[in-house]
Design a protein around this ligand. Structure first.
Ligand code: GDP
Ligand code: GDP
Length: 438
């Protein structure tokens, strides 16, 4: 994360999320990755005194058993020290200093990064008097706050934001948004397994979020030195539905996840092949202008000969035509085969989706294409295309300026699209072509 980052650490129930949410409210626009629950931390952007900074709430879902607390707490501190420029260590005046507070304070006293102790739930004067015991933790910067009412948080934020430099602010402004991937597919194709393989042992937090109203979970990843956000719906089940129509809800969730994503990782089961439902989802993703990567999972179950993958790919492309410029990767989540490749491809498609072709390059390539194959003559008049320009849209879109925009039919349009794809890399990305009167 570029810019200045503050991590909030502390044991469960001290008020980290309350404070986190309060911080984000100061700013009207919240970055996307915060709209979902992250597994072990939440990210957001806050603003104080005109300065923006990132905030990490390391709270997440802490397993509710005593023996894992120590480990969780250590992990939180490690995350904080690794990713943040400063740490807000939160405690709770109602419970007073606990063993876990002591353990965290021990770790944080050795921190090379600035630590601010925020003694929370200091809602009134009486509590303020009690709270002075926290000076005993021996941390230099101590603040007494009420995350609920906001009192005292101003002084804390003044102290934190004093550390934010112009360089931090510039870096923040220059930062590109993280790619967002959605893992989509029919039940049992291996979505949860893929997620778990990506999360790995360390970050797998088994959480049964009963009765949750959230439909998607956004998880921020920093894997294989790549950063991205994964949107998934896999772990969420609606408990209150007596007879859940699995198929139906899987489609509803897929669409939600798709809407929030830049690139869809569309999983299919190698043995089963692509189903009608998969084709619907694929068509919808293309229509919505989302990047797409096909992941043919359970490849380990296939009997393979020399050309199995090539033939499979050919068959698949016949089914998804006409939009066939889509990467197809054969993976086995079980054997962890080509999972890295799948992520790399997702990132490549994301890049392709941002691609902006300079007008001069575009015209040079397209003039050649149009010379090689003229637009057909319609009702006795020649159709000529004067120039092409890429529009400043999210989905790569191209406007061709012509004397007779209505007289250019689908085959020629397809020809131009194919030429665009040959000359510039738009693999996995739906592109749009418009004809305009000139
Ligand atoms: P977390 O587990 O550290 O993220 O803690 P939460 O933010 O979920 O807060 C735990 C509980 O403490 C919730 O019931 C909050 O409403 C409550 N709480 C948070 N801040 C304050 C505060 O300033 N005063 C009081 N009285 N309660 C608070
Ligand atoms: P989801 O419903 O899409 O989340 O699918 P799951 O991740 O629950 O997987 C469904 C079943 O397929 C489980 O029994 C997995 O162990 C199995 N599975 C997942 N990936 C693979 C794979 O690459 N190879 C094989 N042989 N089985 C897999």
């Amino acid at each position: 994360m570029a810019g200045f980052t503050v991590a909030i650490v502390g044991r469960p129930n001290v008020g980290k999320s309350t404070f986190f949410n309060r911080l984000l409210e100061q700013r009207k626009a919240i970055v996307d990755d915060v709209s979902g629950v992250t597994r072990d931390r939440q990210y957001g952007v806050a603003e104080w005194a005109g300065k923006s900074f990132n905030v990490i709430d390391t709270g997440g879902f802490v397993p509710q058993s005593e023996d894992v607390f120590e480990r969780e707490i250590k992990k939180q501190v490690l995350i904080a020290l690794e990713e943040a420029n400063a740490v807000i260590f939160m405690t709770d005046t109602v419970t007073g200093i606990t063993d876990l507070d002591d353990a965290m304070a021990d770790l944080l006293r050795r921190s090379p990064k600035p630590v601010f102790l925020a003694v929370n739930k200091v809602d009134n004067h009486e509590r303020y008097l009690e709270a002075s015991e926290f000076y005993g933790l021996g941390l230099e910067n101590t603040f007494f706050i009420s995350a609920m009412s906001g009192s005292g948080s101003g002084e804390l934020l003044d102290a934190v934001s004093a550390l934010i430099t112009d360089d931090h602010l510039q870096a923040m402004e220059d930062e590109k948004p993280l790619p967002k991937f959605a893992i989509i597919g029919q039940p049992n194709v291996g979505k949860s397994s893929l997620l778990n393989a990506l999360v790995g042992e360390e970050r797998t937090i088994v959480s049964d979020i009963a009765g949750t109203t959230r439909d998607t979970i956004h998880t921020h990843y920093n894997l294989f030195e790549k950063e991205f956000v994964l949107i998934d719906t896999a772990g969420i089940r609606r408990k209150n539905k007596v007879s859940e129509d699995l198929e139906f809800y899987s489609v509803i969730r897929a669409i939600k996840a798709m809407d929030e994503a830049d690139v869809c990782l569309l999983l299919i089961d190698a043995k089963q092949g692509i189903t009608a439902q998969d084709l619907n989802i694929f068509g919808l993703a293309a229509k919505k202008g989302k990047g797409i990567v096909f992941l043919v999972n359970k490849w380990d179950l296939m009997e393979k000969e020399t050309n199995t993958a090539r033939d499979y790919e050919k068959q698949l492309k016949l089914k998804i035509a006409p939009f066939t410029d889509v990467p197809i990767i054969f993976i086995s989540v079980k054997d962890k085969t080509r999972i890295f490749k799948a992520i790399e491809m997702g990132l490549e498609v994301f890049e392709n989706k941002q691609r902006k072709i300079p007008t001069s390059q575009l015209n040079e390539a397209m003039q050649n294409a149009m010379k090689a194959y003229h637009a057909p003559v319609v009702r006795g008049h020649a159709v000529s295309i004067k120039y092409v320009t890429q529009l400043p849209t999210n989905v790569p879109s191209f406007a061709f300026f012509t004397n007779y925009p209505d007289d250019i039919k689908t085959p020629y349009k397809n020809y131009l699209e194919n030429k665009l794809r040959e000359d510039f890399n738009f693999k996995g990305v739906p592109i749009r072509i418009f004809f305009r009167k000139k």
